[in-house]
Design a binder for this molecule. Sequence first.
Ligand SMILES: Cc1ncc(COP(=O)(O)O)c(C=O)c1O
Length: 453
Amino acid sequence: MRPMMEMLEKASRRLSLHMPGAQGQAPFGSVDPYLLDTTELGVTDDLYAPGNGIAKAQELIARSAGAQSTLMLSGGSTAGMHAMLLYAAARGDKVILPRNVHISALHLCAVAGIQPVFVPVDHTTSGRPYSTAENYYSVMEQHPDARAVLVLNPDYYGTLGPVRRVAERAHAMGMLVLCDEAHGAVFNWYRREYGALSQGADLVVQSAHKTLPALTASAWLHASAKVDAGLLRKRLRMVQTSSPSFVIMLSLDDAREWMDLNGAQAGAELETALAAFRKEAAALGYADGQQALPQSVAADPLRLVLDAPQGGFRLAEQLEEAGIDIELCDCAGIGCILSLADGPRRLDRLLEALRTIPAVSGSREELPKPPPIPPRKMPLHEAAFAPAEPVAIRDAAGRISAGQVGLYPPGVAALAAGEEITPGIVAWLSAMPPQRLFGLDEDGRLTCVREGV
Ligand SMILES: Cc1ncc(COP(=O)(O)O)c(C=O)c1O
């Protein structure tokens, strides 16, 4: 029996509009991973002490990205987030994070004893989060002792972060600037001005596998001249496997070479195809979801976000029935990742499907916005490992959360470990369909710190 093979073969026959960005196509033709998979040998190289092919590949990607140095990652952006946070802060230090930060940052803070300080996010009329420099500034003023500030650029929806403005202020205050660019690897080659390195970030993590022709879990951690590259490599070694995958590193280097050769043109072609697609989709009743952003907030033109009168969850089901799998859905609509190699062709197939799916309003859910960030009652790292017990949501007001809880997608914590479960949080969680929430136990209960233990 080969249940994995059966499952994957079935999935590969469907139309993918989700990550991995390779979407079934190797940039230079298929290779046999078993033939090429290897380890640290005299003739190969060592990611943690590079001197041969890995060193060369890292130099090439650093050049393409405009970085002083780059580490290849075989543990996704998660490994890069962990390494850069460990580089920037030590136990007890503060780091400033946007509230819609990826969960990997909170996990690292819990394990390393770093104190997160959150920047609230604003929401569009469709309920999607975005960050403003002003929100960062007020948190930075309240916490001038923070060691670093992290910006998300872009987020899941392609919404860009206020990197340049935050970086200028943070540097003036002596803070390091970290960027989660997991969704923005393409900016190394296309729309470079949107990239965080070109806007002054010190450390930037990018998932190659989300948007480029690269294998799942492939990512890069770029550093500016200000960063001690040797120390950063040591930090990475503390959080990533001691046996990084050579096949994943090959895929990173091939994605880099393909993008060096084709990225600028492929990006421009995809942007043109998407602009035409958005017009046709709007005529069918599916509006461009990025239009709901305020004028001052830009978006990655290569990320497709469509609003659907029937709601994103319903449209995702309808597309699934039509053999099309998308990256994410929410109350308002859907998000898709398009392959740089053949995105325009995939858009034709999506449009064909949308023509047969009427954009009829009716079933769209409207969920209330998350309440304000609750007050912190205990350090995150203490709450995350404290004795804990399950508590029904309706009985949890006044208790301290032992974990992260929120809506998935987009996977943003409405409640983080150590925060008070306010009556507002109880009301909001109670109004959510339980299957849309992450962080609850199998009986739909919150995990709360057992106080007085
Ligand atoms: C914004 C953001 N940052 C970081 C990550 C972690 O990336 P990876 O899956 O490459 O570990 C994700 C994954 O979804 C993400 O969406």
